[in-house]
Design a protein. Structure first.
Length: 183
């Protein structure tokens, strides 16, 4: 089955599951989408634009990591960057998920927490987003970069690609979402 068909099937199954859950009157909302499709948790929309491994020796990737207090990857490890946009569609300030509220999971059940570096390219985990605001903010380095997104950074085993699909799992406001990453 082609990747496109697998994604279409995954989206169709997710929508069917949402309809069943809505019909049963469940309070908890659990959603699954694929990279590139926005998903809302409460009033905040998350959209993973691209996921890729970072090469600290590459000039562009080196800038993403500049000034960070992150451990240099060992030969058996890699930096995985999830480039994400966030929009608060609500009328009140919202809190972004903290590091404890998100992780990357592989098909073996192993989970990887995010690193918590801070620079102009990183999503401020646990930070605030104002009502009606978008991240990255316009006219910032992240908004002007190649992906026009902020980064959530993970340290993962170099061979993690063998355990695909990987999922970004997010919890916020009593809701959960899974975003299948395209690496």
């Amino acid at each position: 089955m082609s990747l496109r068909r697998k994604r279409a099937l995954a989206v169709a199954l997710s929508l069917a599951a949402l309809l069943v859950a809505a019909g049963c009157g469940e309070e908890e909302h659990k959603s699954e989408v694929v990279e590139g499709e926005p998903i809302e948790l409460g009033e905040v929309e998350y959209n993973v634009q691209i996921t890729r491994f970072l090469n600290p020796s590459d000039p562009e990737d080196g800038e993403y990591l500049e000034g960070q207090q992150v451990p240099p990857p060992k030969p058996a490890d890699s930096y995985l960057a999830v480039f994400i946009d966030v929009e608060n569609k609500g009328d009140e300030e919202a809190t972004l998920p903290a590091a404890a509220d998100l992780h990357v999971a592989d098909t073996t059940g192993q989970v990887y927490p995010p690193l918590t570096p801070t620079n102009v390219f990183m999503l401020d985990l646990g930070g605030k987003i104002g009502a009606g605001e978008e991240l990255p903010e316009p006219d910032t380095a992240a908004a002007s970069g190649a992906t026009e997104s902020l980064i959530i950074l993970f340290l993962v085993p170099a061979g993690i690609g063998a355990n695909r699909p990987l999922e970004l799992e997010i919890s916020a406001g009593g809701e959960e979402a899974k975003i299948e990453l395209d690496i």
